[in-house]
Design a protein around this ligand. Structure first.
Ligand code: GKR
Ligand code: MG
Length: 418
């Protein structure tokens, strides 16, 4: 194929804001809006590749810098594209993890464009799919029934209702099952004292016998508390996720934990793998192509994990359909994906920016799109609308703690809390 048409003409980055319910976590509560950036990578022949990245002013600024660095490069030379973006960020962004958020989004857009040029799905560019559909877990959150009235804004409810105790969590899981057919569940913990969250997991286990369950308090616990919870939940969880902070802390817990420990917090860059393996800190890694360097690097990461006997799962943040497409393609191409993937999609899909019809979460799974590239089409009207929401909101970063304090002024962020 000649390279005349495959050069990158421009990268358009559009910041958007979309609705998010009041989901609670160890840092506070989700704000009424979540931020993402949508990437449109236009080639000289007019082909457009799509990408999606977490939003906010800092990430937007980096993506804008990346947009300038990639013009004129060949879309098939993702090594050069990544190197160009990395080089432009390096002087101001020393963390490889942080640079990864930008390089990953650009790589996904390149792969989408490549797939469109070749008429092949992205999973083929990753070596081919080993499964036709990808299992996802129902991601359960403690939550308020509505975003309270604040700053002259009226209260905003949703059709999930309140979930602040074990019965509420079981009811939410039933709704998730009814709407999307999930066959495994993850509970976001770190919100209530550990015994209450242990009770919620036991209630889920009783309501859904035999279904894989996991609990993730996002480092809300000390090593001692983590050990206690691991003992209490032995036999109830497939893994315990980020009970405590740091590789060393997780390694302490792992020493006598009857449960495998998982992370998407202490092993988030290539340089973390060696100490994590040496200390046997984690037995399950939640990959996330959004910061591990893209879809191809995620496949490489999977091979490294396989070599060291670390099982694989997948992390997610609030996201929309381009990200779901990318997650689905890479999960389809990873031979040993040991657990269902996380996704926030049910919480956010009402504001999607891809045209409906391609994706359906059914029986807890998403069919791998077989059309060219990621297999999704941008809904330009939705994109324009959500861009206006972003501009009007004035919101430029995620602040779960600040929002919580505006609603409950005495709230203090403490990690570990218990
Ligand atoms: O959305 O509140 C949340 C989650 O806590 C998210 O921010 C985490 O990144 O889902 C994530 C996790 O598994 O840690
Ligand atoms: Mg997690």
């Amino acid at each position: 194929m000649s390279t005349t048409g495959t050069k990158i003409r421009e990268l358009i980055v559009t910041p958007i804001a979309f609705r998010d319910p009041p989901l609670l976590n160890s840092n506070g509560v989700h704000e009424p809006l979540a931020l993402r950036c949508v990437l449109q990578l236009r080639l000289e022949d007019g082909t457009v590749g799509l990408g999606e990245s977490p939003g906010g002013a800092v990430r937007l600024e980096r993506l804008d810098a990346a947009a300038k660095a990639v013009v004129g490069l060949d879309v098939f030379d993702t090594t050069a594209v990544t190197a160009a973006v990395d080089a432009v960020l390096l002087p101001t962004v020393p963390s490889s993890h942080e640079r990864g958020w930008t390089t990953s989004a650009v790589e996904v857009a390149c792969l989408d464009a490549q797939g469109k040029l070749l008429g092949r799905p992205v999973s083929d560019l990753l070596g081919g799919r080993v499964r036709d559909s990808v299992p996802f877990a129902g991601y359960l959150f403690y939550k308020w029934g509505e975003h309270p009235a604040l700053d002259g804004r009226e209260a905003v409810g949703d059709d999930w209702g309140e979930a602040l105790d074990p019965a509420g969590i079981v009811a939410q899981a039933r709704l998730m099952r009814e709407r999307y057919g999930f066959r495994s569940f993850k509970l976001k913990g770190g919100v209530f004292p550990p015994d209450e969250e242990i009770a919620a997991i036991r209630a889920l286990s009783e309501a859904f016998p035999g279904q894989p369950l996991r609990l993730d308090p996002n480092t809300a616990w000390t090593v001692e508390t983590s050990r206690y919870v691991a003992r209490e939940l032995d036999g109830f969880l497939e893994y315990l996720e980020d009970p405590t902070a740091t590789i060393a802390g997780m390694a302490e817990v792992a020493k006598d934990s009857p449960l495998p420990l998982a992370t998407n917090m202490c092993v988030i860059a290539w340089e973390h793998l060696r100490p994590a393996v040496e200390q046997n800190a984690v037995q399950v890694l939640l990959t996330d192509h959004h910061y591990w360097g893209g879809l191809r690097r995620t496949r490489e990461l999977a091979a490294v994990c396989e070599a060291f006997g670390i099982a694989l799962s997948m992390h997610s943040n609030s996201h929309l359909g381009i990200s779901l497409a990318a997650m689905t393609h890479v999960a389809a191409a990873i031979p040993h994906l040991d657990h269902s993937c996380d996704t926030h999609y049910p919480w956010n899909l009402a504001d999607d920016i891809v045209r409906p019809g391609v994706f359906e979460l059914r029986d807890g799974e998403v069919k791998v799109p077989t059309g060219p590239g990621l297999g999704v089409e941008l809904d330009h009207e939705a994109l324009d609308r959500l861009h206006r929401v972003y501009l009007e909101s004035g919101m430029r970063g995620r602040d779960d703690t600040g929002y919580m304090r505006r609603v409950e002024p005495d709230y203090e962020l403490r990690l570990p809390r218990w």
